[in-house]
Unconditional design. Structure first.
Length: 319
């Protein structure tokens, strides 16, 4: 029976709260509408039970068991959308900027979305890279450090219009991927020796051997029997720390891949798109990035935090 108002008078059923509003009705609900109608329920009773508008119930009864068709939804703004112009401009100017670097930049601008949405957008605005398949090899803890120089061109703010060459010396521990580096104005022997000393001081010890890609300041050449001749001063320095030199095989620089890949990483995640006042400022910024970003990250190959991994490897280095 319909409810009364307390005085014996019938009160008409309340209209559905959705009455007058466009409603999304699923196919299962349409089937239920027809089933309830066969059971003898009125349009109003069906609307009340299913919490639908009476016009919606009547419309689907008239149409029969027809699957609902809805137009495409209007596109909704995404969290990345306000930053798309900025990202497109950055990638146009510096195509090799890493996704992690760009994520840090837009986070500072207020981006609250995830990394995956950013990388999805980056795939749309820059051409895909051709994959390079390399054989990976791993070294035991404390066994090896890999050393090299890479050339960078930079225009310092203190000397506008003057493009200078600087060289980045790096030493990477083969097991943990811990990185040390310094930008230098030259790559002469004294610079090389000084960088070795500073790198060993930073890691607290030295690895058992240092691998070189035929650096002229490290490898003098080979004799007729293929025996490598090393720079005497470098050998003396390494001997002081208990380490030995080792040269990459000719034309096989990929055996030193743990340094080759960090140079690409340094260019993309640190160097590109920055400005530096002078060489000292370049090294100050690099040192902050090395400590706070490079050695603080989870390495993509080892899947471990570099600094934590280094703390374990450090015990295996030569005291």
């Amino acid at each position: 029976m319909p409810p009364d108002d307390g005085g014996g008078r019938s009160v008409p059923p309340a209209a559905s709260k959705n009455e007058g509003k466009a409603q999304v009705v699923r196919l299962g609900e349409i089937v239920l509408i027809h089933d309830l109608k066969r059971q003898g329920l009125s349009v109003s009773a069906i609307a009340r039970q299913l919490r639908l508008d009476r016009k919606t119930v009547r419309r689907h009864l008239e149409r029969g068991l027809e699957a609902p068709a809805y137009g495409p939804r209007a596109p909704q703004p995404t969290l990345i959308e306000p930053f798309e112009d900025y990202l497109a401009a950055r990638v146009a100017a510096w195509p090799e900027l890493s996704g992690k670097r760009l994520l840090r930049e837009i986070r500072e601008m207020g981006y609250a979305g995830g990394y995956t949405r950013l990388t999805d957008f980056l795939r749309e605005v820059r051409p895909p890279r051709r994959p390079v398949f390399e054989r990976r090899f791993e070294t035991p803890p404390g066994r090896q450090g890999q050393v090299d120089f890479a050339e960078f061109k930079v225009e310092f703010a203190d000397s506008p219009g003057v493009v200078r060459k600087v060289w980045l010396f790096t030493m990477v521990l083969g097991h943990s991927r811990w990185l040390w580096g310094r930008f230098c104005a030259a790559q002469d022997l004294q610079t090389v020796l000084r960088c070795h000393i500073e790198a060993f001081a930073a890691m607290g010890r030295a690895p058992g051997e240092l691998l070189y890609d035929r650096m002229k300041t490290a490898v003098i050449g080979e004799d007729g029997e293929g025996v490598v001749n090393y720079n005497v001063s470098l050998v003396a320095l390494l001997s002081h720390y208990g380490a030995l030199p080792r040269a990459c095989r000719p034309y096989r620089a990929k055996t030193k891949g743990k340094v080759e890949r960090p140079y690409r990483y340094i260019r993309q995640d640190f160097f590109l798109g920055r400005s530096f006042r002078d060489l000292d400022d370049l090294n100050r910024q690099f040192e902050a990035w090395r400590v706070e970003i490079a050695n603080a990250r989870v390495h993509a190959t080892t899947r471990r935090g570099v600094e934590q991994h280094f703390a374990e490897e450090q015990r295996a280095l030569i005291a």
